[in-house]
Design a protein around this ligand. Sequence first.
Ligand code: FAD
Ligand code: FES
Length: 261
Amino acid sequence: MAGDVGVQDYPIVWKKNVAPDHVELILQAPMLARAVPGQFVHVRTPGTLRRPISFSRIDPESGQVGLLFQVVGEGTAWLSQRSENSLLNIIGPLGRGFPPPKAERPWCLVGGGVGIPPLYAALYAWRHRVTAPISVILGARTADYVIMRQDFAKLVNQPIEVTTDDGSLGSKGTVLGPLARWRSRHPEGQVFACGPTPMLAGVANLLQGMGSVYLALEQRMGCGVGACLACVVLGEGENGPEWRRVCHDGPVFSAEELIWR
Ligand SMILES: Cc1cc2nc3c(=O)[nH]c(=O)nc-3n(C[C@H](O)[C@H](O)[C@H](O)COP(=O)(O)OP(=O)(O)OC[C@H]3O[C@@H](n4cnc5c(N)ncnc54)[C@H](O)[C@@H]3O)c2cc1C
Ligand code: FES
C-alpha cells in the first residue's frame, strides 16, 4: 500500500559516495517507508523548484529510505553537500510506482545508469513474492557507474549481467543485447526497467507485444503533483494520442500505454 502524501523534514542518518558524482543518502523516514518502489519524492533545495528523486531503498521495518542521485546541477550539488543529521524537507511519496510482479512469471529488472536505484527497491520489496527465476541486467557508461551491483548480487541467485558503453565491465554495448537473449528464453516473462529515455525506447521496441513491461520515466518536472503540465509525455488514448503527466500518471507506465515514435 502506498503511504499518504505528506510534507515533512526528515533527518539524514547515513551518507555515502557510491560512484564519481553519485551520492546515496539514507533518511529516517517512517512515513516514506510505506512507499511503493518506483514512486519518488520531491526534495526542497534552495531556489524555487523542488527536485524529484526516486527511492533507492525502502525498508518498512527500520523506517528508513534511500535516495541515490547523480550530481548534475545546482540542486543535486546542494543535496550532495548535506551532512549526516541535517534535515531534508520532502513531499512524498509521489506518483504511481511499479505494480507488484506476478509470482509465477520470470522477472527481469533492467537498469541504466542512475535509473538503477528504483529497481533495487523493487527487487528488495518483491524478491520473495516471485517464485520464477529473477534476472538483473545493469548498464552504464563505464565500470565506475555500475552502481548497486553488490546490493543486487546479495538478493538474487543468478549472476548479474552487466554492460558498459566502453567494455570496462561486463560486455561492451547496451542492456538491449542481454535483454533480447533473456526474452528469447522467457517469452512469457515480465520486465521492469528504468534508465535514460533512449534506453527505455529501445526496451519498449524490443519487447513490443510482450505484455507485462513496466518503465519508470524521468522527465523534467515543475510542481510534481499534476498541476503544471511541465512533465507530459504522449500516451495512447482511446481516441488517439493524449498527454500523460509523468509525476501523476507515472512515473511508472506500462510500455503499451506510451507512444515511443
Ligand atoms: C520521477 C523522477 C525520478 C528521478 N529519480 C532520480 C534518481 O533516483 N536519481 C537521480 O540522480 N536523478 C533522478 N531524477 C532526475 C533528477 O530529478 C534531476 O537530475 C535533478 O532534478 C537535477 O536537478 P539539478 O538542480 O541538480 O540540475 P538542473 O540544474 O536542474 O539541471 C542540470 C542538468 O540536468 C538535466 N536534467 C534536470 N532534470 C532532469 C531530468 N528529470 N531528467 C533528465 N535530465 C534532467 C538538465 O537538463 C540539465 O542539463 C529523477 C527525475 C524524475 C522526474
Ligand atoms: S510536474 Fe507539474 S504536472 Fe507534472
